[in-house]
Design a protein. Structure first.
Length: 203
């Protein structure tokens, strides 16, 4: 039998202790990409947590599926969406072991899903598979190098542009930038941060 993913219990505990650590407003990088969205698009949000991005995307008229291995977070995500007057589909799954849908989404939104290489590689490969032709990945993650105030404590679960170029080699890179931003996302992401941002399209 497969061992449980140790990170799942850690995230469940974090969510049991605190709610909306990253706030209820959508991520600003995602907001900046609003011009790419059209009502009716199918969006997949892996590692969506408490639903701030999923609820906003649903409010833009997208059909949103949020996946996370924390049942507590997903329950809050459904409640948060309902408070906004929208509905989202939630799936409780460990993304590193999930059977990803094939060519089923116009948009895959990866926001601060920080994984070690053993999980990151299959998860990013799954995200590529899930994209329909012409579909787009929007990714923001903490970057390797100087940590500043937010993000995982060491480089193991942080990314750099070269890693993303390799993980998403099957896609056309539209934007891939690393630099400093000022995060104001709840208590969890507050202050200067070194981030990498990517927009990539399936041909
Ligand atoms: C830093 S939080 C970001 C949440 C959300 N994307 C946001 O920006 O508000 C990372 C999320 O990824 C989820 N996660 C981490 N590893 C996962 C895995 N292997 N499978 C499913 N969810 C995972 C955690 O439960 C958590 O909700």
């Amino acid at each position: 039998m497969q061992q449980p993913n140790p990170w799942q219990a850690k995230w469940q505990q974090r969510y049991a202790e605190r709610s909306f650590t990253y706030g209820t407003a959508p991520n600003r990088f995602l907001l900046s990409q609003q011009f790419r969205l059209r009502p009716g698009m199918r969006a997949l949000c892996p590692g969506e947590g408490e639903g701030r991005n999923a609820a906003w995307l649903a409010g833009q008229g997208l059909a949103v599926t949020a996946v996370d291995f924390s049942a507590i977070a997903l329950s809050r995500a459904r409640e948060h969406a309902a408070r906004q007057g929208v509905a989202i589909t939630t799936i409780e799954a460990d993304l590193s072991r999930w059977t990803w849908p094939e060519a089923s989404f116009d948009l895959v939104v990866l926001v601060f899903l920080q994984l070690g290489a053993d999980e990151r590689v299959p998860v990013h490969a799954g995200a590529v598979r899930a994209l329909a032709p012409g579909g787009v990945v929007l990714l923001e993650a903490f970057a390797r190098g100087e940590r500043m105030q937010c993000g995982p404590p060491n480089d193991a679960a942080r990314y750099d542009p070269a890693m993303l170029r390799a993980d998403f080699a099957a896609l056309e890179i539209v934007e891939l930038l690393q630099g400093t931003t000022m995060l104001e996302e709840g208590e969890g992401h507050r202050g200067p941060a070194n981030v990498v941002r990517m927009v990539a399209r399936r041909p």
